[in-house]
Design a protein around this ligand. Sequence first.
Ligand SMILES: NC(=O)c1ccc[n+]([C@@H]2O[C@H](COP(=O)([O-])OP(=O)(O)OC[C@H]3O[C@@H](n4cnc5c(N)ncnc54)[C@H](OP(=O)(O)O)[C@@H]3O)[C@@H](O)[C@H]2O)c1
Length: 250
Amino acid sequence: MSSAAEPTQPPASPAEGKSVALVTGASGGIGTGLVAAFRHAGYSVVATSLSIGPSDDHDILAVQSDITEVGPAQRVVKQAVDRFGRIDTLINTAGIFIGKPFTDYTLDDYKAIMAVNLAGFFHITQPVIRHMLTQGTGGHIVNITTSLVDHPDSTRPSALASLTKGGLAAVTRSLAIEYASRRHQDPIHDPSSYEGMAALHPLGRIGEVSDIIDAILYLEGATFVTGEILHVDGGQAAGHVERPPRHNQP
Ligand SMILES: NC(=O)c1ccc[n+]([C@@H]2O[C@H](COP(=O)([O-])OP(=O)(O)OC[C@H]3O[C@@H](n4cnc5c(N)ncnc54)[C@H](OP(=O)(O)O)[C@@H]3O)[C@@H](O)[C@H]2O)c1
């Protein structure tokens, strides 16, 4: 599971109304749990999947959509904005898994898994990020991958899962770095100064004690996480951001 985030802070609460999360694959086990968890956290939620049914909750907009098609995916984003006025978080949960020996995969297997896991990601994430940029308050993109990307298992051959989810893991880092500086247009500073060191971090600031505490408290409550190297580093493990000089400084 990986996360690409534009800002370092949680989504800003809109002046009116709640923050909004869009969850794909919302009819599945993880997606259903995410919808409930975000509602519990006070978000309005757009829950989408191929076959999802309507919700009685006024703060959940359930939208049936096939994200392998660009038009339906874009309509989900439009409906989300029409209904709730904003999108703060997108969680790409929709995914399919086809496990078999590599030489047994059919062309139909290949097309199906590429269509949901990669094209589906692209179709929905692009308009969401466009909207977030217009919105101007940042946002979070979370992509659900699989541990098989980093740890293939000979007893569970699944190369197409690795091919597609590995792409998601890579693009997560790529987007994190591409958009890291959108909210940080720092002037050039002496590299040895506090501000100069902050500029070395993709997120444009130095870590605070509270950042470490947040991570440790997360681990304290995350009872299914162990042996994990959690980078609390302002995005440095994901990549490098080159900040262009600003010429309007005094
Ligand atoms: N469960 C695991 O053990 C596990 C392990 C590693 C990674 N993951 C990943 O975690 C994510 C969620 O897993 P899960 O087990 O909770 O999934 P799941 O129960 O199989 O649900 C998959 C979801 O994807 C949706 N979906 C499939 N094709 C779609 C399409 N063309 N357009 C729109 N939505 C589509 C499904 O919608 P419908 O139900 O409406 O068809 C469903 O909501 C997946 O990305 C999976 O690869 C899961």
